[in-house]
Design a protein around this ligand. Structure first.
Ligand SMILES: Nc1ncnc2c1ncn2[C@@H]1O[C@H](COP(=O)(O)OP(=O)(O)OP(=O)(O)O)[C@@H](O)[C@H]1O
Length: 754
């Protein structure tokens, strides 16, 4: 057994290949009339409509005949490279089950994709259309999110079947069911966030020639599977991952399949990426990570060069920065701190988290690198400062978790419509701390509108889009058992801390994989605190799990494979890390516009309040007028009644008068004085009655005249009030429409002011 010693020396291999609301009616008293009118007043003007976006969520269950739901299906991004369908000859499952010949192995979504809230229809090349019901028969619902926007385009069943069995022990999967899985690919990978599962592979390290013993683990005959072999193999363990690399595979193959796509997203789309190596000690994690860093470096500078040299992209400035830290015994150290190199034990770095959940490490050294060579030199420097120690299993065993962080920053000038501006509008300067980039001058409008024989030059609003994305390359310290490493003292203590933080990482991954709401214990170790932004979702992630095929470490390898399986269930949703700045003139205009809209809104609100008040007043006036009209009407009906009675009396008197006239005619016949007197009395009485009739007729016509006048007046007042109300309503409508337009105009041009 080797004596444990902690040293700082380079562990960097030569970089490998570089790649890439009706009730009863109340009686009509003026009061009730008013009440009823008031109930017809317009409702309060403020009502806000909320629109909520729906996410259509479905679960796929067993098709009565074919689907196997014993194991979870993971979401799969279209960005994942589809795996070729399984050749018939390779359907024999080495884990003890045989896949039936008719088993669908490659599925394609019908075109157009037929999706409703219960079913998803897909075409199977061999057995025709298959409908997948939402509810799960087994009770283990298999969730996937169908983004309506995305599902409108054709989907692919890439890596068919793969997700069904992936990352899980296969032995029970193939026996009674066909292997089937599907993935719905995103139609747009450029503008939307990408929800995808963590890509997981297993790499089996090669053994030196001297190891002639039988392997405990080897690649399976089914693609991307790893199987347990050897005489102790009674349980036929077999696992399936995104990729399985055998002993002969190169780091370049691992990089090309697992990492290159993530590096491309970092540089091209501004999404964060995190790649980590996990495994037992001495299984080749550092070896693999160094090769990956070298390849990533070349690809990043190739992307940077492409961005800079592309004639259409001259305005685009890029900057690559690197930092490196190690977590040793829960102490976070800056590996690019020159004090460390000088032997000073660097005081531990603090981990800070802002309100948005971004993790920051103040005082962490960040170096701008301008070439692959510079980047590799920094890697070498960090590697020299890394804590390594000798154990019985690895002469240069990493005693810490190392995080090599590459930050890719690019600045690009665009006009307000998103069109790129000409290079001379951008002024840039580079220094040791990065790229300074400002917008200046006029922009040439090359829309073809020419004036005076030349390009029309006009002031155009411009904005600067800055994208800062990070690639975390994490070389985890190896899990180890004292039984094999023979560690004692410090080495044993280190091993304990390493195992503890790896256990926390594993627990966090298990909780994330279950996708259940609840507390995630990121704070239990510094490793999970640092990796929180990535684990919590804002990074595309890949896990490279390293194992040794050696029989004596088969249980440790199995433990690594179980970790890899749990990691398969974790999904992330990496977004673009873009910030937009507007040039000063435009910001000034926006500020003025905001002020103008604010004033206009305030005035409109005041006007609206005034209108509402005056509308209420006029409504009350109308109610009063209606009430007085009702009173006038009842007066008119009384007068009509009196008039009728009066007419009856007139009729009676007329009859009497006629009788009198007849009596007068016979006056000469009757000379009796008493009779004559009586006749005289009747005459006088008749005259009085005539007078009275005359008075009553006059009074009647006078009353009728007054009544007409009152009714006319009331009608006029009513019309005027209605007209006024109508005008108020129109005015209010206009103001509302104008406000909406202004507000809509403002939202369609979001303003970001830094
Ligand atoms: N695929 C491989 N091909 C060739 N050599 C390899 C491979 N993987 C690992 N090695 C060698 O095995 C040794 C141990 O590898 P490495 O230090 O990378 O393991 P590790 O998993 O990082 O160990 P630890 O967790 O103890 O740091 C090194 O000498 C390395 O060169």
């Amino acid at each position: 057994m080797n004596t444990p010693t902690t040293t700082r020396k380079s562990h960097l291999p030569t970089p490998g290949r570089v790649s890439l609301n009706n009730g009863d009616q109340p009686s009509a008293t003026p009061r009730n009339v008013r009440k009823s009118m008031m109930s017809q007043l317009p409702a309060p003007l403020s009502s806000t409509a909320h629109s909520t976006s729906k996410i259509l969520q479905s679960s796929i269950a067993n098709s009565p005949n074919k689907l196997n739901t014993n194991t979870p299906i993971r979401k799969q991004s279209k960005l994942q490279a589809p795996s070729p369908s399984l050749p018939k000859s390779e359907r024999k499952c080495s884990a003890g089950g045989t896949i039936p010949e008719s088993a669908p192995t490659a599925l394609q979504l019908t075109s157009p994709l037929s999706v409703d809230d219960r079913t998803v229809k897909i075409n199977n090349k061999q057995s025709g259309e298959i409908t997948l019901q939402r509810s799960s028969l087994s009770g283990k619902s298999i969730g996937y999110t169908l983004n309506p926007k995305r599902s409108s385009s054709s989907g692919t069943v890439g890596k068919a079947a793969a997700r069904k069995g992936t990352g899980s022990v296969l032995k029970n999967n193939y026996r009674n069911s066909k292997m089937l899985s599907l993935s719905l690919s995103a139609s747009s990978s450029t503008e939307t966030d990408i929800e995808e599962a963590v890509k997981v592979c297993v790499r089996i390290r090669p053994l030196p020639d001297c190891h002639s013993e039988q392997r405990a683990w080897s690649t399976g005959s089914i693609e991307q599977t790893i199987v347990r072999t050897g005489p102790d193999n009674n349980d036929n363990h077999s696992y399936r991952f995104d990729n399985v690399f055998g002993e002969e595979a190169t780091t370049d193959q691992v990089y090309d399949t697992m990492v290159q796509d993530i590096v491309s997203s970092v540089c091209r789309q501004g999404r964060n990426g995190t790649v980590f190596t996990y495994g037992q000690t001495s299984t080749g994690k550092t070896y693999t990570m160094h090769g990956i860093i070298s390849s990533a470096a070349r690809d990043i500078f190739n992307f940077s060069e492409e961005d800079r040299s592309d004639r259409d992209r001259k305005y685009l400035l890029t900057c690559v920065k690197v930092s490196c830290m190690e977590l040793y015994n829960e102490d976070l150290r800056d590996l690019l701190d020159r004090g460390i190199a000088g032997g000073d034990s660097s005081s531990g770095l603090a981990i800070k988290e802002d309100r948005r959940g971004n993790v920051q490490i103040p005082n962490l050294t960040e170096r701008v690198v301008k070439s692959v060579e510079e980047l590799l030199a920094v890697l070498s420097e960090a590697d020299n400062n890394r804590t390594v120690g000798s154990t019985a299993m690895n002469e240069r065993s990493s005693r810490s978790h190392t995080i090599f962080r590459i930050t890719y920053e690019k600045k690009e000038a665009r006009d307000i419509c998103g069109k790129r501006v000409q290079s001379r509008s951008v002024v840039s300067s580079e220094n040791d701390t990065g790229v300074e980039c400002t917008l200046e001058g006029l922009m040439e409008d090359d829309s073809g509108d020419k004036e005076n024989g030349g390009l029309r030059v006009k002031k155009t609003s411009k904005k600067m889009v800055t994208t800062v994305s990070t690639l975390n390359l994490v070389d985890l310290a190896g899990s180890e058992s004292v039984r094999h490493t023979g560690a004692t003292g410090d080495r044993q203590k280190e091993g304990g801390k390493i195992n503890q933080s790896l256990l926390t990482l594993s627990t966090v991954l298990v909780k994330l994989g279950k996708r259940e709401p609840g507390h995630i214990n990121y704070r239990d170790s510094k490793l999970t605190r640092i990796l929180k932004p990535s684990l919590a979702g804002n990074a595309r992630m890949a896990a490279i799990c390293c194992i040794t095929p050696l029989m004596q470490f088969q249980e440790e390898s199995k433990s690594t494979l179980d970790f890899a399986s749990r990691t398969m269930l974790v999904t992330t949703n990496a977004s673009r890390n873009e910030t937009v700045e507007y040039d000063d003139a435009l910001v000034g205009n926006f500020e003025k516009e905001i002020e103008r809209l604010k004033t206009e809104t305030a005035n409109a609100e005041k006007g609206q309040q005034k209108l509402a008040l005056s509308l209420q007043e006029s409504t009350e006036q109308i109610v009063c007028l209606m009430a007085s009209i009702e009173i006038e009407k009842s007066k008119v009906s009384n007068l009509e009644k009196q008039n009728y009675e009066f007419m009856m009396q007139v009729e009676e008197l007329t009859l009497l008068n006629e009788e009198l006239k007849a009596v007068e005619k016979t006056k000469s016949i009757y000379t009796d004085t008493a009779l004559l007197k009586s006749l005289e009395d009747l005459k006088a009485q008749n005259e009085n009655l005539q007078k009275k009739i005359h008075q009553l007729v006059e009074e009647k016509s006078h009353l009728e005249f007054r009544l007409m006048r009152e009714v006319n007046k009331a009608e006029k007042r009513k019309d005027a009030a209605l007209e006024k109300r109508k005008r108020f309503k129109n005015k209010l409508g206009d103001m509302k429409a104008r406000l909406r337009e202004d507000i809509a105009g403002t939202v369609s041009h979001p303003i970001v002011v830094d």
